[in-house]
Design a protein around this ligand. Structure first.
Ligand code: ZN
Length: 152
């Protein structure tokens, strides 16, 4: 099992606490991803949507938020969202070019590749990263941070 953390950053103008409508754990907020099959490496053609509201029972026990079958090798994988770990992107963090952890995804069988922030404003689009567990690396190296936040 691998937990992928979704981080956001961006320039906030006259706004703080940037997050999905409601809260970071907004059950209706939909995340769109492209996934790569861990078995054969096939990448999904279309984005798949995942939201906390959409739950599916697992064959053994518990629930998950997405069950998807690889079109190529037919291997099944799941994506389970783990709420309660995220926080809104504040104006302060934004000015420092820091990232805020938005949501954690427990992915089995699939690796999230592209996060498509369809419901987010355009200025954050380029500053979204998916990372597996080392948040410190991200804080220290905001690779996609907006260029014009670095003027001293
Ligand atoms: Zn596959």
């Amino acid at each position: 099992m691998v937990n992928y953390m979704l981080y956001i950053s961006g320039e906030l103008e006259n706004l703080t606490n940037f997050q999905p409508r409601g809260s970071v754990d907004d059950p209706d907020f939909t995340y769109y991803f492209k996934f790569k099959c861990e078995n054969c490496g096939e990448v999904t053609e279309k984005e798949t949507c995942v939201s906390l509201n959409g739950t599916l029972p697992l064959p053994k026990k518990g629930t998950t938020n997405l069950i998807q079958k690889c079109k190529f090798c037919k291997r099944e994988g799941t994506v389970t969202m783990i709420p309660g770990r995220g926080s809104p992107l504040t104006n302060d963090s934004s000015e420092l070019g820091k990232y805020a952890l938005l949501m954690v995804f427990d992915c089995r069988g699939f690796e999230p590749l592209d996060f498509v922030p369809l419901m987010m404003s355009s200025q954050t689009r380029r500053s979204v990263r998916i990372a597996s567990p080392n948040p410190d690396d991200i804080e220290n190296s905001p690779v996609n941070a907006p260029a014009n936040t670095s003027e001293d």
